[in-house]
Design a protein around this ligand. Structure first.
Ligand code: S3P
Ligand code: PEP
Length: 428
């Protein structure tokens, strides 16, 4: 196994243009593929999750030209459902933003499709989405375990109608249903059962659908009304914002050991909910400055916070890591769905934080971290979870440094993370 040893770091300083957002890249690619007309996507993310979406689209007969640096993609939209009638090996790795939306999109096409992924993907639920698609006329079969990928989809189009969908495990199910609903044969009304988690990701979905010409109305995220029989319209050009979750590690680093860190490509005009991470960091005492498309973090006297983090589940992990540098207790609440992501993130964060010397309490849906921690050197296991690897790079701001096992797992969303981290940091 590859290991990356980070020597103790004294400070971080400088500017980083954050790579494109995973959530936006995969949504925009899918809508561009189904739209009428050509879309030029710029600042596309080049990472595993996006590669899986791109590979699937080409197997489904979508033509696109990707630039040499893979950051610009000109997509020729098919103007409706995919034309291909057979694709039996659509491998989507562990990309939730490819698996869930493609599952829904393939019910619109006419043919036989199989969606597979990494072993962890076979443990990540999709039953709530399938249950919502079936009443609209979808045919979906579980090839291994009921409720989980791999899936076989026998597509024949979707009817309109009224459906309910559970929102308490993942917002990606609703995102997937919303993105296909305009292409159903009739109007679709979607009712949310239970609490809807990760709500700001629905705002990303609605904002991108609007860019592709489709408006959706909703009543306080409880009932969504979508007109059927529509075709997405290519917007011409589409600039992908920098990834707000990826920005969180650099902002936290600036708050712990700046100097100052300026992240560009994402700021107060962003459509990503994870920019609210900067508010959480400010609540801890960091000095945060906002621009339309940048955020600057400088140090402050960091103290623990007690916050509901349901709105920023990914970036909240960065707060858990930063908590070891803060005075007092940090409590992150309402984050049960950490358990069904790349790994059981509640268990993994608790276990690795304990390794560096933190006193941690792991609850069913919360984590408490006592700070500040006299950090001990540890080999950090990353569980094939990019965010664990990136979060624990922050431990290098302690006196002992840190060793990250399998650092290349950042390729899911940020292949150049450790190069950028190295570029901005100075050792003791
Ligand atoms: O829609 C999206 O792009 C995402 C939604 C979130 O998942 P959940 O809705 O499952 O919390 C988030 O954790 C994931 O990284 C990306
Ligand atoms: C949960 C994540 O990924 P996915 O899109 O696979 O759900 C993540 O990137 O933190």
């Amino acid at each position: 196994m590859k290991q990356l040893s980070l020597a103790p770091i004294a400070s971080i300083n400088g500017e980083i243009n954050i790579p494109g957002s995973k959530s936006i890249s995969n949504r925009a690619l899918l809508l561009a593929a189904m739209a009428q007309g050509q879309t030029t996507l710029t600042n596309l993310l080049d990472s595993d999750d996006i590669r899986h979406m791109l590979n699937a689209l080409s197997q489904l007969g979508v033509s696109y030209q990707l630039s040499d640096d893979k950051r610009t993609c000109v997509v020729d939209g098919v103007g409706g459902a995919f034309q291909s009638n057979k694709a039996l090996n659509l491998f989507l790795g562990n990309a939730g933003t490819a698996m869930r939306p493609l599952c829904a999109a393939l019910t619109l096409a006419h043919g036989e499709f199989e969606l597979t992924g990494e072993p962890r993907m076979e443990e990540r639920p999709i039953g709530d989405l399938v249950d919502a698609l079936l009443p609209l006329g979808a045919e979906v079969e579980y090839l291994k375990n009921p409720g989980f990928p791999p899936l076989k989809i026998s597509g024949s189009g979707l009817n309109g109608g009224e459906v309910s969908i559970a929102g308490d495990l993942s917002s990606q199910f609703l995102t997937a249903l919303l993105m296909v609903a305009p292409m159903a044969k009739g109007d679709v009304t979607i009712r949310i059962k239970g609490e809807l988690v990760s709500k700001p990701y629905i705002d990303i979905t609605l904002a991108i659908m609007a860019r592709f010409g489709v408006e959706v109305s909703h009543d306080n995220y409880q009932v969504f009304e979508v007109k059927g029989n529509q075709t997405y319209q290519a917007p011409g050009t589409f600039l992908v914002e920098g990834d707000a979750s990826s920005a969180s590690y650099f902002l936290a680093a600036g708050a712990i050991a700046g100097g100052e860190v300026k992240v560009t490509g994402v700021g107060k005009a962003a459509i990503q909910g994870d920019v609210k991470f900067a508010d959480a960091l400010a609540a801890m005492g960091a000095d945060i400055e906002w621009g339309d498309d940048y955020i600057i973090a400088r140090p402050g006297v960091l103290k623990g916070i007690d916050m509901d983090m349901n709105h920023i589940p990914d970036a909240a992990m960065t707060i858990a890591a930063a908590a070891v540098f803060a005075e007092g207790e940090t409590v992150l609440r309402n984050i049960y769905n950490w358990r069904i992501k790349e790994t059981d993130r509640l268990a993994a964060m608790a276990c690795e934080l304990k390794k560096v010397g933190a006193v941690v309490e792991e609850g069913h849906d919360y984590i408490k971290v006592q700070g500040p921690v006299d950090l001990a050197k540890a080999d950090i296991d990353t569980y094939n979870d990019h965010r664990i690897a990136m979060c624990f790079s922050l431990m290098a701001f302690g006196k002992a440094g840190v060793v990250i096992n399998d650092p290349d797992c950042t390729s899911k969303t940020f292949p150049t993370y450790f190069e950028e981290f190295d570029r901005l940091t100075s050792n003791r």
